[in-house]
Design a protein. Structure first.
Length: 163
């Protein structure tokens, strides 16, 4: 099931939230910066890595001070690879695989890959929906947007794609 909500990822009571990141797990969007601030020192400590990750990867850490106990960091860009349809698609596929392996059934995510130099809202929504539809039917995905207008647009895309 897919729902679209206007909310704040940091306060959603789900199993895990997705967090767009770069190859060093640094925040890739202003929303990820806000998530980090709410997650506090515990989240910052858990996202330390030894070596850069490949764009398209996803890793799970604890959620720190977030309402969700886990964070799935989706690596959407690196120094060599900017945000693209390919890196976003690969990172989402990796995220759903990690969620299944960790038995995380209720997930919340922003529109991954949008923003300056990134994907248009419609394309990001379509990638989320298309990649999610390949997963288990008993899972729940909340696509979190910041504005009511974005919610209406994404709900329209969800309706068209899932018919």
């Amino acid at each position: 099931m897919i729902r679209v909500v206007v909310d704040d990822l940091a306060f959603l009571a789900v199993d895990a939230v997705l967090r767009p990141a770069d190859e060093h797990l640094e925040p890739a969007t202003p929303g990820a910066v806000r998530l980090d601030a709410q997650g506090g020192a515990a989240l910052a400590a858990q996202r330390r890595i030894q070596m850069p990750l490949e764009a398209g990867a996803a890793v799970v850490t604890g959620g720190g001070d977030l309402a969700a106990p886990f964070v799935i960091h989706v690596v959407v860009q690196s120094r060599q690879q900017p945000v693209s349809r390919t890196t976003v698609s690969r990172s989402l596929t990796s995220a759903w695989q990690r969620a299944e392996a960790w038995q995380l059934g209720r997930l919340a995510t922003p529109l991954v890959g949008i923003g300056p130099g990134g994907l248009p809202l419609e394309e990001a929504a379509r990638l989320l929906i298309d990649s999610w539809r390949g997963g288990a039917a008993d899972r729940e995905l909340q696509i979190v947007v910041e504005q009511d207008n974005d919610r209406r647009i994404v709900e329209g895309i969800v309706g068209r794609v899932t018919r």
